[in-house]
Design a protein around this ligand. Structure first.
Ligand code: IMO
Ligand code: MG
Length: 434
């Protein structure tokens, strides 16, 4: 029954694509269970680089069944574009399974995402403008349209009519835009239906069949813990659940089905979009992290905000998602520094916080308390075993592990799959020990 969850533990872009790639050989099924095409997963396979937004990275391997579960929001135009682009590179999406219960991103969601951001002005969230928030909002308001609705023209027309009546009022009366035309949307979306139909299925049943048969199922998270709608830095979050619990609701499996929960954690911190970020470094150190880490978004191309490792947020992520292990990424980026800082707590109005503060104002104004580490100042991309790493790098990893309280099992020392150090065997989960 090996169900394995893979989650980002910061604000996304931790390198989840690389970890999926490294695990792919042993996997039978890879499931995306939340988010949509706001994700940007870079996967390097041999000499080829793939940037995936909506499709699970499992799509790249012929032996894997890739799944889009009910918790995902699907923009069908983007999905088909991604499928076509992969086909040109010889990769087939034939095995792709899409839940009929997944919600559709509609043209008005994309438009409203853009318009809301503009209206918010200085208060904007810095979304990816892919319509993610408005699509999840409609789902919660129960006026969303689902993948399965594409298969029934009558139902699709009725639901579109209900949704558009409200959206067109918003577009015309609030935003002074032209209304959207139901017929045009209908034609466009029913056009997608033909191509999507062979993939639409009950993914919950298929995931359980795979787990029951003892297959290896990887639940591939998008975004990161601090972008979680309930547990992140609200309102500067995405609109889905990026914590481990999101696997359960998004894919339709109970917590007992998840044996390992791997946190993917960057050796420093980055964030795209707006919102608080205590360890952000606006000086030369931050610039060096951007440059050495090539910190530009895979989805929007935006420069990522960069700063030192924040042990408070990763400890919080470890707790909320019950991580069993951590895969530490991009430690090679730190090779350029003489001294490396790690935030071990925050100070606010004379009080020290070692756990995630209970109030947003504290987090906004938190002054990081740093512990400094010796840099190693040498190229470590050739390291393949723990012993190959310089002492200072080992100390850094061991200290992070202690601060976060979760074993760091693997360490990425470069973008290529081979540039990885395996430090500890995968952790035996408590369920299997019992
Ligand atoms: P991966 O899977 C980093 C951020 C956006 C914005 C906020 C809300 O590559 O780690 P949204 O469009 O989701 O409503 O935007 O969330 N965001 C990400 N940041 N990595 C991602 O995905 C992200 N997906 C969304 O920048 O701040
Ligand atoms: Mg990304």
């Amino acid at each position: 029954m090996p169900g394995i969850a893979l989650l980002g533990t910061q604000w996304g872009d931790e390198g989840k694509g690389k970890v999926t790639h490294l695990m792919a050989d042993a996997m039978d099924m890879v499931v995306r269970y939340q988010g949509g095409n706001n994700a940007g997963h870079t996967v390097i396979v041999g000499t080829e680089t793939f940037k995936l937004h909506l499709l699970p990275a499992g799509i790249l391997y012929p032996h894997i069944t890739p799944v889009l579960a009910p918790g995902v929001v699907v923009d069908p135009s983007v999905l088909l574009e991604e499928i076509d682009a992969l086909a040109l590179r010889g990769i087939s999406a034939e095995k792709l399974r899409i839940s009929g219960n997944a919600h559709l991103i509609m043209p008005y969601h994309r438009e409203l995402d853009r318009l809301t951001e503009r209206r918010l002005g200085k208060m904007k969230l810095g979304t990816t403008r892919r319509g993610i928030g408005p699509a999840y909002a409609d789902k919660a308001s129960r006026i969303g349209i689902r993948i399965q609705d594409l298969l029934d023209r009558k139902i699709f027309t009725e639901k579109l009519d209900v949704a558009l009546r409200e959206k067109n009022l918003l577009l015309t009366k609030i935003y002074g835009r032209l209304p959207m035309n139901a017929d045009a949307i209908l034609q466009e979306y029913l056009g997608y239906a033909d191509r999507l139909e062979p993939h639409i299925t009950d993914t919950v049943a298929e995931v359980h069949t795979a787990l029951d048969a003892g297959k290896n199922v990887l639940f591939e998270g998008a975004q990161g813990m601090l972008l979680d709608l309930d547990h992140g830095t609200y309102p500067f979050v995405t609109s889905s659940n990026c914590v481990a619990g999101g696997v359960c609701t998004g894919a339709g499996v109970g917590p007992r089905m998840i044996d390992r929960i791997i946190g993917v954690t960057k050796a420093y911190t980055t964030r795209v979009g707006e919102g608080p970020f205590p360890t952000e470094d606006l000086g030369p150190d931050g610039d060096l992290l951007v440059e050495r880490g090539a910190e530009f978004g895979a989805t929007t191309g935006r420069k990522r905000r960069c700063g030192w490792f924040d042990a408070v947020i990763v400890r919080y992520a470890a707790r909320v998602s019950s991580l069993t292990e951590i895969f530490l990424t991009k430690i090679d980026v730190l090779s350029a520094f003489d001294r490396i800082k790690v935030c071990v707590g925050y100070e606010h109005e004379g009080k020290i916080y070692e756990t995630f503060p209970p109030h947003q104002t504290i987090f906004h104004k938190a002054v990081p308390i740093y512990k400094e580490f010796e840099g190693w100042r040498t190229d470590i991309s050739g390291a393949r075993s723990w012993a190959d790493l310089p002492k200072a790098a080992q100390t850094y990893v061991e200290s992070l592990e202690q601060m976060v309280g979760v074993p760091i099992t693997q360490i990425s020392v470069g973008a290529e799959a081979t540039e990885t150090v395996t430090r500890l065997a995968p952790v035996t989960p408590r369920s299997a020990q019992a």
